[in-house]
Design a protein around this ligand. Structure first.
Ligand code: CA
Length: 401
């Protein structure tokens, strides 16, 4: 689970430089320690004992690496196909199948209790921690205290830190085992503390909701969270589809329609097979525009997005689940020659569209529904397939016309 943006996922967190902080380390720590001390009344109000508070912060110092990660802004955005390639590897598929066998009994019960497809549970586990291989190496208390103390996420850090202290108070795990990412995503499921407090489950009944050292607790917590996020038993997340020649691309991103209607419009499974789940509604998405693969996604796709609100993430989970189940790799070909636009280029695209009288909403560097509508209107006028996809070619065309 990534509480911020997909581009800050560990996948792209490569180089972490040591910050040359304006204060020297010892002075920064003095102030940090004062900040921690002043947190005590708020922790007490949440039911945290003095003993837990002191044990949690024993030896905890400011972590400049956390601030570095939080402020990291990549110059180039990773295209969705690169993200999927790194997320859904043969090794991760193979390991997922192994884990499916190892935890078959636990997964039987989890499916019966929560109604969430075991392959999806495995895929989330694979995405979040590579099936427990990477729980994060940082002390959650230290990371969250650092975020709460300084930077642009102080409110998030403070809220999550107080929630983490209540977990320690309850005895679900100890401070030394409470490890996670720089952003406070914890354990096998990478829950942030507030999500943990609402959705974590003690599946093995030992009285502790242990998502760090008890796989059954972690998997059940994932299923519980997906179910609470609207997961519908028996419904797929979605599937790859192929579109007929002359397809009206304006139908993409336009809300859900019955699958039977997509079938009548000529949409098929890769290989030409008929669509299944005809009575249910699905939305057509084109993550890389008309030249890339197409997907029909059901409401369960939205449940996955609650875990991490990025199309690339939800597609990776869905596709990894399918691969673990034994389905084939994607049939569609990504336009790998395309380069995703930077935030600055996206703002320029929005400005150019607005200047031509296509309303884009706020010039914010984000391709939202209104910007897509504006792109489609421009594409129609220019005789291009109206897929609403913001590409470098489109920007060039706007710059030169
Ligand atoms: Ca337990």
């Amino acid at each position: 689970m990534n509480p911020f943006k997909i581009r800050s996922l560990p996948l792209v967190l490569t180089m972490m430089l040591v910050a040359a902080a304006p204060l020297g380390p010892s002075r920064a720590n003095d102030t940090f320690e004062k900040w921690v001390a002043e947190l005590w009344p708020q922790a007490r109000a949440k039911g945290v004992s003095r003993q837990t508070f002191e044990a949690a912060f024993s030896g905890v110092t400011f972590d400049p690496g956390v601030i570095e990660s939080a402020e990291y802004q990549p110059e180039f955005v990773k295209p969705i196909w690169e993200y999927l390639d790194r997320a859904v590897t043969d090794k991760r598929v193979y390991n997922g199948r192994e884990m499916l066998r190892s935890y078959a009994n636990v997964l039987n019960t989890i499916e019966a209790v929560y109604g969430v497809d075991r392959h999806i549970v495995m895929a989330v586990w694979g995405m979040e921690s590579s099936y427990g291989q990477f729980l994060g190496e940082k002390s959650v208390i230290r990371s969250l205290a650092t975020l709460g103390y300084r930077g642009r996420r102080t409110r998030f850090g403070r809220t999550q830190l107080l929630a983490a202290l209540t977990i320690l108070e309850h005895g679900d795990t100890g401070p030394e085992r409470m490890i996670g990412s720089w952003a406070g995503a914890m354990g096998h499921t990478q829950f942030i503390p507030t999500t943990y407090n609402v959705y974590a489950v003690d599946f093995d009944g030992d009285g502790r909701r242990d998502i760090w050292d008890t796989v059954a607790d972690a998997l059940a917590s994932t299923a519980n969270y997906l179910r609470a996020s609207g997961w519908r038993p028996g419904q797929p997340w979605g599937s790859e589809v192929v579109l007929p020649k002359g397809f009206d691309y304006e139908l993409a991103d336009q809300g859900a329609r019955p699958v039977s209607q997509w079938q009548r419009l000529g949409v098929r499974r890769p290989g030409g097979g008929a669509l299944t789940h005809g009575g249910e509604k699905a939305t057509l998405i084109l993550p890389a525009g008309a030249r890339g693969p197409a997907f029909l996604v059901f409401s369960n796709f939205k449940a996955i997005l609650r875990y991490n609100n990025a199309t690339a993430y939800a597609l990776a989970v869905g596709h990894l689940a399918d691969r673990i189940r034994g389905e084939a790799a994607l049939a569609g070909v990504w336009p790998t020659g395309d380069r995703p636009l930077t935030d600055a280029e996206t703002r320029q695209l929005q400005e150019l569209l607005a200047a031509r009288g296509y309303p884009v909403g706020a010039i914010d560097g984000i391709i939202g529904a209104r910007t897509r509508l504006a792109i489609r209107a421009f594409q129609r006028a220019a005789g291009l397939p109206p897929d609403g996809y913001a590409s470098a070619q489109l920007l060039e065309r706007l710059q030169n016309s």
